[in-house]
Write a protein that binds this ligand. Structure first.
Ligand SMILES: CC(=O)SCCNC(=O)CCNC(=O)[C@H](O)C(C)(C)COP(=O)(O)OP(=O)(O)OC[C@H]1O[C@@H](n2cnc3c(N)ncnc32)[C@H](O)[C@@H]1OP(=O)(O)O
Ligand SMILES: O=C([O-])CC(=O)C(=O)O
Length: 373
């Protein structure tokens, strides 16, 4: 039987949104009408989160208020704080985040309300807490405690400080902040869709975010950034072309390439490639960057595919000193801004999301008693 033409919901418009827009042929991405090329390097992640969650880039006064809300929202409830060590022992990073967000939700002051104001407060708290959860998790499994976040610093600066334990270089903070901006929202990607499906049943924001985290984890979506690094680590520096060709010949996908919507370069990859190169050169060892460039050329020559957001994000995070298994959690730190904004938008104009299915099973079956089957 021929594949359903809408298998994977390709090209199906599943929601209306004013949050982000993609032109897949031209390779363009917009957040609320602002071109990602104008935002990257010019606005902070906090300004981007405000844009998505509140509808406009903040004034200085609004940014100060939002920053104060984020700073006070960082505190984790006792349940999440009290269980992080045991969770870190038993669960991988993305599973741990799923559990910890769920625990944080159990104690959220607005957990019983889907009203817009309550949703915005929860969105700020979730955005503030996600990097702290990643840092606490990492510290717990490493047998220590993450340095306390400094309320005067940005999310990017605090995160690098907490994860590496070192005072971050100002340029590294700028680069990481730009990464967070680049990953903040992306129309109806799988994890955002999962969040919206959950929210559309009038379930609560934390439940929707748990669904999104579980969906981001998979290697066909956010989990690809970790797999890109694992691929680079698993092949010899002078054997990239051969490794790629062997994997393609074996029918394997090359992680970090291809995209459902972009038919040309992903505009985020343009920035990430540049930042990867800058960090590689500054590190004094640009091996992984050079391997990535070669991989990009070979995959394009062999399959006509372009790198997606996950490809150069991998080496950027690597050069920033972030452990490889925290790459997808870092994605969730950024995407929290978009997920929460989508839940706010879904609740503000809701209809249950319930697509149809095409039945391909048996018909006209006759029932028989158990001893006669
Ligand atoms: C943040 C993000 O989620 S970005 C995406 C992150 N995911 C990855 O990097 C994983 C690798 N990429 C992929 O698996 C895909 O390109 C996806 C999932 C991103 C998009 O998938 P779809 O739109 O469903 O395309 P699909 O998987 O059907 O691929 C179409 C064709 O291109 C091939 N193809 C797509 N991506 C790749 C790849 N990375 N390597 C090799 N071949 C690929 C498929 O094998 C398929 O070939 P076929 O028609 O001969 O069977
Ligand atoms: O849009 C998608 O399908 C995947 C993606 O690039 C993202 O979520 O950033």
């Amino acid at each position: 039987m021929a594949d359903n033409p809408t298998k994977g919901l390709a090209d199906v418009v599943a929601a209306s949104t004013a949050l982000s827009d993609i032109d897949g042929r031209a390779g363009r991405l917009f957040y609320r009408g602002y071109d990602i090329h104008d935002l990257a390097g010019h606005v902070s992640f906090e300004e981007t989160a405000h844009l998505l969650q509140h509808g406009a880039l903040p004034t200085r006064r609004q940014l100060a208020d939002y920053g104060a809300e984020l700073a006070s929202g960082r505190a984790l409830g006792a349940l999440a704080e009290g269980n992080v060590a045991e969770i870190a022992e038993k669960q991988g990073p993305m599973e741990a985040l799923r559990s910890l967000v769920s625990l944080a939700g159990a104690e959220d002051a607005d957990k019983d309300s889907n009203e817009a104001a309550a949703n915005r407060r929860k969105a700020a708290r979730l955005t503030a807490q996600q990097p702290i959860l990643v840092a606490r998790y990492h510290a717990a499994r490493s047998g220590g405690r993450a340095p306390e976040p400094d309320p005067a610093r940005s999310i990017a600066a605090n995160f690098l400080l907490q994860i590496t334990g070192r005072e971050p270089d100002p340029r590294a903070v700028e680069i990481f902040d730009t990464c967070l901006v680049l990953h903040a929202d992306h129309t109806m990607n799988a994890s955002t869709f999962a969040a919206r499906v959950c929210a559309a049943t009038l379930s609560d924001m934390h439940s929707a975010i748990v669904a999104a985290i579980g969906t981001l984890k998979g290697p066909l979506h956010g989990g690809a950034n970790e797999q890109v690094m694992r691929t680079l680590e698993s092949i010899p520096a002078d054997g990239v072309a051969r490794a790629v060709r062997d994997r393609l010949a074996a029918g394997e996908k090359i992680m970090g390439f291809g995209h459902r919507v972009y038919k040309t370069e992903d505009p985020r990859a343009t920035h990430l490639r540049k930042m990867s190169r800058e960090l590689a050169e500054a590190s004094g060892d640009d091996t992984y960057y050079r391997m990535s460039k070669e991989m990009e050329e070979v995959v394009h020559a062999e399959k006509g595919l372009y790198p997606n957001v996950d490809f150069y994000a991998a080496t950027v995070y690597h050069y920033l000193g972030i452990p490889t298994d925290l790459f997808t959690p870092v994605f969730s730190v950024s995407r929290m801004a978009g997920w929460t904004a989508h839940v706010i938008e879904q609740h503000a104009d809701n209809r249950l999301i319930r697509p149809d299915s095409e039945y391909i099973g048996e018909r006209d079956q006759k029932w028989a008693p158990i001893d006669e089957r």
